[in-house]
Design a protein around this ligand. Structure first.
Ligand code: ATP
Ligand code: MG
Length: 423
């Protein structure tokens, strides 16, 4: 025997026992997004590598070490499996000039790819739902996104397990000022920096603040704060955001160290976090990225958005004790013999025409073996077809979940009876 093939490490199969949970989530998500007037955009999973380098930033975890990048051997192009959705969404909006008649509210859902160390809540193929509002400057869209996400947690029944952290990164000038101060601060303490931090000192010092290295926490905690450099416009935007949250009764904590792993953010950044998933506690993250459209070659347009990690949200649902199963069939057709098999196809289609969910036994076998399958299917009724029934054009209906006699009925009557019972 040859060795069995396995899925790529960190990339999961989602099996039939798990798909009802995913479908439950996806149905709620679609309802939720429609309620706010967001429209779906679907972009390719592969993009030119340059898109992500330009959008996410060269000196970020994602671009430095997490991207699945390869050369298309047929034409020599460098391509990358999308590690996130914002870059592709903005690329498509520019390419198709979607902002020609004003702002757009968009969403997407699908797989993302990052070469990370697989662990609970961290995979190499994972799934996100993302929302982007392009062409809107105000803090009103930032607030809308926080109201929206808060509503989603309520719709999913996990609101009590998630809390909101917000921060502001200010505008370009305050970031430049803060950057100079940070570099000076870390330069004076070179010996305390780890390798990552030394590498980022001049290229992306803000990201040093995001370090997970315990040995650097004290150093980072005492570093110059961006908050102290904010200009009036940034402060006003942030105050309006806070006021909007307070008016809506959404609790939040300001986390001055929240900087996010992607370069394109300015002003608002936020994360919804939980304590129930161990180290992988960020369930949803986003903020404002006013410079990105222009940076990717479009006419300047302000924008903000967020993405949530579906696996982490589903882990919270499961952790909260929610379970979902495929609804059982209304009927399971048991049929023995050639004529009965032919009749079973006709009966099955008639019942499905009537809107019923019907499983017809496959693969033959004795009456007894088929009845076992009927029982295991959790169907409410078995429909028994033998040579007799086939010849008469009738069916025998047997309740499986409740007491009751087996009945022999004409096909039309059986359809009516099942239709009434299934309601
Ligand atoms: P983290 O700090 O956990 O690495 P991130 O800042 O890299 O997250 P984003 O790029 O903001 O994450 O992605 C948004 C969300 O997507 C995250 O909050 C998380 O829920 C989810 N996510 C990101 N990377 C992964 C992954 N490798 N596996 C599963 N979910 C992920
Ligand atoms: Mg990450």
């Amino acid at each position: 025997m040859s060795t069995a093939l396995r899925a790529v490490r960190g990339m999961n199969d989602i099996l039939p026992a798990q798909t009802p949970l995913w479908q439950h989530f996806e149905a709620i998500v679609r309802k939720w997004l429609a309620a706010y007037g967001y429209r779906e955009i679907r972009t390719p999973i592969l993009e030119h590598t340059g898109l992500f380098q330009r959008a996410i930033g060269e000196v970020t975890d994602i671009v430095e070490k997490e991207m699945y990048t390869f050369i298309d051997e047929l034409n020599g192009e460098s391509l990358t499996l999308r590690p996130e959705g914002t870059a592709s969404g903005v690329r498509a909006v520019i390419e198709h000039n979607l902002l020609f008649d004003g702002g757009k509210r968009l969403w997407y859902m699908g797989p993302m790819f990052r070469h990370e160390r697989p662990q609970k809540g961290r995979y190499r193929q994972f799934h996100q739902v993302g929302v982007e509002a392009l062409g809107y400057a105000g803090p009103d869209l930032d607030i809308e996104h926080l109201l929206m996400t808060a509503r989603l947690w309520r719709m999913l029944g996990i609101a009590e397990h998630i809390r909101l952290e917000i921060n502001t990164l200010g505008g370009a000038e305050s970031r430049a000022r803060h950057r100079q101060k940070l570099i000076a601060y870390f330069e004076a303490r070179q010996e305390a920096l780890d390798e990552d931090a030394r590498r980022r000192l001049y290229s992306n010092p803000l990201r040093i603040l995001d370090t997970k290295n315990p040995a650097m926490q004290a150093l980072v905690a005492a570093a110059p704060r961006l908050m102290d450099e904010l200009d009036d416009a940034a402060l006003q935007h942030f105050d309006a955001l806070r006021q909007g949250l307070e008016e809506a009764g959404i609790a939040y904590r300001i986390n001055p160290r929240l900087v996010r792993g992607l370069d394109y953010y300015n002003y608002t950044v936020f994360e919804w976090v939980t304590d129930r998933l161990g180290a992988q506690g960020t369930v949803c993250a986003g903020g404002r990225y006013d410079g990105l459209v222009e940076q990717l070659g479009g006419r300047p347009a302000p924008a903000c958005g967020f993405a949530l990690g579906i696996e982490r949200v589903l882990a919270l649902l499961t952790d909260a004790g929610q379970r979902y199963e495929e609804p059982a069939p209304d009927a399971y057709i048991v049929h023995v013999g050639e004529a009965a098999a032919r009749f079973a196809r006709l009966v099955g289609e008639r019942l499905r025409d009537a809107g019923l969910k019907v499983v017809s036994h496959g693969g033959g076998g004795s009456f007894k073996a088929q009845m076992k399958k009927a029982d295991a299917s959790l169907a409410r009724y078995a429909i028994l077809l033998g040579e007799d029934e086939a010849a008469a054009g009738e069916v025998s209906l047997k309740p499986l979940r409740a007491a009751g006699e087996q009945q022999r009925l004409g096909l039309d009557t059986a359809v009516d009876v099942l239709k009434t019972l299934a309601r």
